[in-house]
Write a protein that binds this ligand. Sequence first.
Ligand SMILES: [Zn+2]
Length: 135
Amino acid sequence: MNGPDLDHPLAGPFWSAAARKELQVTWCAACDRAVWYPRPHCPHCDGNLHWRRLSGEASLISWCEVAGGLNPQFREAYTCALVSPLEAPDIRIVMRVTENTTPALRCDMPGRVDFVYLQQTNGAPYLAPAFTPYA
Ligand SMILES: [Zn+2]
């Protein structure tokens, strides 16, 4: 795992949007609902999916502490979370919790998706989503 592949046919648009500090997910026009993770077609109706920018408002579904990562650039412990966007409460996106989070985490905690710099295994930086809970 070197880091995000901006040219990946399914996940590339997500990482390209993240590089602009935008949260985007795939959306089915026929079902009018979010589909996550990205797939070639809607798993509910087989319709075509397009990318939709979301506000970044979200809630915390669950989380866990990761003592150390497989990526040697992730030496420090971090908190990994399942987050649901406000506009798409049925999906869960995996992301970190922002460092220096002061409030104690709790289920359904509101917050927003920010973007933080992480490092690929070759040391190159990239922007990744991170959940920042509201106090
Ligand atoms: Zn659909």
